[in-house]
Design a protein around this ligand. Structure first.
Ligand SMILES: *Cc1c(COP(=O)(O)O)cnc(C)c1O
Length: 361
């Protein structure tokens, strides 16, 4: 079974071995306040700093999911007003969650083909600006947001990198809250997320002083300075994270490979299918400047998409369904680090069968 599902996604094959090691080493039963657990947490955090080049003065926390970070940002970092700029379903969902918690939410949707730098920014004073760096629902990616930083200099910038962190390099200094769950580019089973905070974000948490919830950022922080967690954590997830990160090359090298593979995917689609767009397949996102490196959305007529999905299923290959408005006209493929070039070739071969059929006709 080969999977290109963009989350939960393919786990590194070596996870099988680490699962057994975790069992035999007794990791699955360790107490979460024990020295062994604190050592494990510390190792995983040190490796995140090292492998992903996260600055030493940015703090790292483990929580249950990216969705939980949406909630933590709203509860512990937003006094009055959050501004949400988005072009897809995940960014929109974040605004929906914030709306139930935060007194004032402003939504600024923009087009799939529009670079964020071209978006007109109203004069507002939000506490937090929320951006989705990699919009998993449509395969777009934000590279730059200096216009947002300049327009709202006092706001915290919170960036959802759920489907890009650990796949591409991130310019950590350019935002205050970053987060991702491990079932995407980290190549691990679902059930944990990583939240990274700048000193400015932490200072804001202290200024606001929220302590109302079990997952108030200040409680989380007070536990993590002791390498403990605010609840009994998924120790297996922390163990697997540390084991898998230890094998990773520096993020700059991972980025280079992922970038190259993405460019090859887009070139492949253009080369083989672009000639006759009405019948063929093409990248949903036409503007190359906003195309994602880690989630590639492929569009075509509904009948063709349905037929291909059937064909992939027969070949034992899973792809991601289209999302929301693009449900029937697209499918999505993850370009995450755990996916091998053999997997990619298997999918390209299936796609080529389709193009041969077309050329024979
Ligand atoms: C998958 C995803 C989420 C949700 O992640 P969970 O860990 O399931 O909460 C949020 N944002 C984006 C961009 C995603 O791709």
């Amino acid at each position: 079974m080969i999977t290109f599902y963009p989350g939960p996604s393919k786990v590194y094959p070596v996870v099988e071995q680490y699962l057994q090691e975790a069992f035999h080493e007794g990791v699955l039963s360790i107490n979460h306040r024990s020295q062994a657990c604190m050592n494990l947490t510390r190792t995983a955090i040190d490796l995140l700093h090292e492998k992903l080049a996260i600055p030493q003065d940015y703090t790292i926390y483990f929580i249950s999911s990216a969705t939980e970070v949406w909630e933590i940002v709203a509860q512990s970092l937003t006094q009055q007003h959050s501004l949400h700029l988005y072009n897809g379903a995940f960014g929109e969902k974040w605004a929906d969650y914030a709306e139930r918690i935060v007194p004032q939410v402003t939504r600024l949707p923009f087009g799939v083909e529009t670079p964020l730098l071209a978006v007109d920014l109203p004069s507002l004073s939000p506490d937090v600006v929320c951006l989705t760096q990699n919009e998993t629902s449509n395969g777009t990616q934000l590279h730059h947001w200096q216009n947002v930083a300049e327009q709202y200099p006092d706001a915290l910038l919170a960036i959802d990198t759920t489907s890009s962190m650990a796949g591409i390099t991130l310019d950590w200094q350019k935002a205050d809250v970053w987060f991702a769950s491990v079932q995407k580019c980290f190549g691990l089973p679902a059930g944990m997320a990583i939240m990274v905070c700048s000193p400015k974000a932490l200072a804001r948490a202290f200024a606001i002083g929220d302590r109302k919830y079990y997952n108030s950022l200040l409680f989380i922080h007070e536990n993590f300075i002791k390498f403990q967690t605010h609840y009994t954590p998924n120790v297996l997830a922390i163990y697997l994270l540390a084991k898998v990160l230890a094998l990773q090359p520096p993020i700059a090298l991972v980025h280079e490979r992922i970038r190259q593979q993405a460019q090859e995917w887009y070139a492949f689609l253009e080369e083989h299918f672009q000639e006759n767009q009405a019948e063929g397949l093409y990248p949903l996102v036409q503007n190359q400047a906003v195309r994602s490196d880690t989630v590639i959305t492929i569009a075509g007529k509904p009948a063709l998409i349905a037929q291909l999905k059937q064909q992939f299923q027969t070949a034992g290959i899973t792809v991601g369904n289209g999302y929301g408005a693009w449900k029937d006209t697209t499918f999505r493929i993850a370009n995450f680090p755990a996916i091998s070039s053999a997997d990619i070739w298997a999918l390209k071969e299936e796609l080529l069968k389709k193009s041969y059929i077309q050329y024979e006709l």
